[in-house]
Design a protein around this ligand. Structure first.
Ligand code: FES
Length: 165
């Protein structure tokens, strides 16, 4: 486990080095935060400290940028990550109602995790499946043509599968 964490840290440092001269200001920082979230699943205090050290900017600034964008998770994700697409195609086909149904069902808002740590919720911009909008992605699986009722059924399927394990 420790070896894996070390590898991730190394990869993050290499990424910072590789983009250092190409990007400027916060766009460079945002690219680094995306990379870190991809590696760790969320941005812990420790990860932010590493970035601060490598980029020589205050952790408080990184924290400010990370909290400004809904995309970034500051807490560990749930066992299943529910991403609701709010891209244009999904939005016009009812994504806000889908999001509302999920919020009511899981009793969390985006960026949060359910009490049982089973689900966390995030929003996404176009998951590349506009043809079957509105779309919800759970972990790596796309669920298309969602309705508020269908999305609750899908969540219940995940719950049932968990109980069987
Ligand atoms: S806008 Fe949702 S998949 Fe493209």
């Amino acid at each position: 486990m420790e070896v894996v964490e070390k590898d991730k840290k190394q990869e993050l440092k290499e990424f910072i080095d590789s983009v250092k001269n190409k990007e400027h200001g916060d766009s460079y920082l945002i690219a680094v935060l995306h990379k870190a979230q991809g590696l760790y699943g969320y941005l812990s205090r420790e990860v932010m400290d590493t970035i601060a050290q490598e980029m020589q900017i205050p952790t408080a600034h990184i924290w400010g940028v990370a909290t400004f964008y809904h995309y970034f998770n500051l807490t560990p994700p749930g066992k299943h990550v529910v991403s609701v697409c709010l891209g244009t195609a999904c939005y016009v086909k009812g994504a806000p109602q889908i999001l509302e149904a999920i919020r009511n069902e899981l009793k969390i808002d985006f960026g949060q995790i359910t009490e049982d740590k089973m689900f966390s919720l995030q929003i996404a911009r176009c998951l590349g499946a506009c043809g079957v909008a509105p779309v919800v992605m759970i972990d790596d699986k796309i669920h298309g043509e969602m309705t508020p009722q269908k999305v609750v059924d899908v969540i219940n399927q995940y719950r049932k599968a968990e109980k069987k394990q």
